[in-house]
Write a protein that binds this ligand. Structure first.
Ligand code: DON
Length: 559
């Protein structure tokens, strides 16, 4: 029914853009699930800082967002503290000791279908619990157990499923039925419905052990024993030593400027920060704001910048603890300018004409969820975490109640053969014991030119994560959008190979796409790209605006 209130809101939207999902001056959390965002906000209200809240949200998502939230996977955290500290925590999974370069190839050297996806060989050594532990030791202020209490309760007493939860269990019914342990938790005789309660007793006990004995319990305690048992049952590779030896690592962020704003993002083993810099640095060569938003020229230039950077991603990037990654070269303006000069002002460059950079000669020697938190002190945390595919490998740890990741698929199993996200890789990202597989996760924090916090950004979406983060940042900086519009605007994506622009259906004018086809572009429709749960801080009003991406029904809360 159209009433005066609706007319008022619509008019305000036309004049000012959309209204952010949540705004407040004390803190904000935006994540894939309302229960998890609530947990984070309550930690902030109890006096915790943004790092405390981010850890608590991470544990909560492991309970209420089992398709992607996890303690059986890994991820990345970018932290910007009010005291000036900028750092990142890398809790990416590692390849088990028994992993080897050709483990997913048959005797003819061909990929064995599904082996890096839905078997226990697909799992890397999980890093999430160590990552949360390291974040807490370095920057947390509340007691560790306080950060896990609510998640234990959500697992033990159960939580009610929203439409997306129920729908995803139903859609993945066959996948979830394959593993004998998974099926006892996530499969029912009747279809799941909105409002059904999901109880996860074994997960509650696991979280209780981690809460009582500390994060190390996961790697050396009963949970490690249960992972070992699961590996025996499923003929898997992860050993007790792999677990004991896992370490989360604190690393310096990839830091660069975009139109005088300072951007902090994730270094390898994520390609996110480097690729983001590579694209945005090219765009420094053009005043995007002078182009019609999502007109043919705008899409053309962004696509060409993306194409060039993804080509280099395929050869140059991998775990920098294993191979030398020429970071300063790849994030330099000179590198970007060279790429920019090869872009035609009208026509698409065919990807076959773009040769990825040759790695330096010293090479010779080798379903995800994003959430953002800002607290009242101005601390900001950007976290992307994943078990890779939705519900990971589909295998649940016996008696421990959590799914294992299928992150090994992010390695390049065979040079030049695409992985699940169509990404090709080479030597830099080949499998080796203890190595981290290359990621696209791009948790990022952006400051205004004067150093004030501006954005906390990130998204799931496999290879599309980088271009999603890039578009949200450009929408705000170049097109002066508020965070809601920046997140909800239609998105597109190009990754060099395949040579096609993925566009969200319904997002683009037919005339624009037709004009781009004339310039040599091919398009493929996607129902949606990413789930950018982002925060924007307005230093003038001191209001924190949070947006939960409506593409997957996320939840933003502020107070
Ligand atoms: O690390 C990566 O790049 C992938 N494993 C992320 C997977 C992902 O985003 C799935 N979610 N939609």
């Amino acid at each position: 029914m159209i009433n005066r209130f609706t007319i008022l809101i619509v008019s305000l939207n036309i004049i000012f853009g959309s209204v952010p999902d949540a705004s407040g001056v004390n803190g904000a959390v935006t994540s894939s699930n309302k229960f998890a965002s609530d947990v984070g906000i309550n930690i902030l209200k109890d006096g915790g800082n943004a790092v405390d809240a981010a850890i608590a949200v991470g544990f909560a998502l492991a309970v209420v967002h089992p398709g992607a939230g996890n303690i059986g996977g890994g991820g990345f955290m970018v932290i910007r503290l009010a005291d000036g500290t900028k750092t990142t925590i890398d809790f990416r999974e590692t390849a088990p000791q028994k992993a080897s370069r050709d483990m997913f190839l048959d005797e003819n050297g061909d990929i064995i279908e599904g082996k890096s996806w839905s078997t226990s060989w697909a799992s890397g050594v999980p890093g999430s619990v160590a990552g949360f532990g390291l974040a807490h030791e370095e920057f947390g202020t509340l007691k560790w157990s306080q950060l896990i209490d609510s998640s234990i309760q959500l697992a033990r007493d159960g939580y009610s499923l929203n439409y997306n939860d129920a729908n995803s269990f139903n859609r993945y019914n066959d996948f979830l039925t394959k593993d004998s342990v998974t099926r006892t938790i996530f499969v029912r005789d009747e279809e799941f419905k909105t409002g059904d309660i999901l109880v996860q007793r074994n997960l509650a006990s696991t979280l209780e052990r981690i809460s009582r004995a500390g994060w190390e319990e996961f790697y050396t305690g009963k949970t490690a024993d249960l992972i070992q048992k699961c590996m025996e049952r499923t003929d898997g590779l992860i050993s007790k030593n792999d677990l004991k030896n896992y370490i989360a690592v604190q690393r310096d962020p990839i830091t660069f400027s975009y139109r005088d704003h300072i951007v902090y993002s994730m270094p390898p083993a994520s390609s996110g920060g480097i690729a983001l810099a590579g694209i945005l640095n090219q765009l420094e060569n053009i005043d995007l704001s002078s182009l019609p938003f999502h007109g043919a020229d705008h899409i053309h230039y962004l696509t060409e910048c993306q194409r060039r950077v993804y080509a280099d991603r395929s050869t140059m990037l991998g775990d920098m603890d294993f191979i030398p990654v020429p970071i300063s070269h790849l994030i330099s303006q000179e590198y970007a300018d060279n790429h920019w000069m090869s872009i035609d002002s009208i026509y698409a460059t065919s990807s076959s004409e773009i040769l990825p950079e040759e790695p330096p000669s010293y090479y010779e020697s080798e379903e995800t969820t994003h959430y953002s938190v800002v607290d009242k002190w101005g601390n900001a945390v950007s976290v992307t975490t994943t078990i890779n595919g939705w519900f990971g490998s589909g295998i649940t740890v016996d008696g421990a109640g959590f799914l294992l990741n299928n992150e090994m698929d992010d390695f390049s199993s065979k040079p030049g053969t695409p992985n699940a996200y169509g990404l090709v890789g080479a030597k830099a990202n080949e499998i080796a014991s203890g190595k981290r597989m290359l990621s696209s996760m791009t948790p990022t924090i952006v400051e205004n030119p004067n150093g004030d916090l501006l954005l906390v950004v990130g998204s799931p979406g496999g290879s599309t994560i980088i271009t999603t983060a890039m578009q949200v940042i450009s929408n705000v900086i170049d097109f002066k959008m508020n965070i809601e519009d920046a997140v909800e605007s239609p998105r597109y994506h190009h990754q060099w190979l395949p040579d096609v622009v993925y566009v969200e259906q319904f997002g683009y004018a037919t005339e624009t796409l037709d004009a781009l086809k004339e310039r040599g572009y091919k398009f493929a429709l996607r129902s949606s790209i990413g789930e950018a749960n982002c925060i924007m801080y307005d230093p003038n009003t001191k209001i924190i605006h949070a947006s939960g991406d409506s593409r997957r029904g996320a939840s933003a809360i502020a107070y």
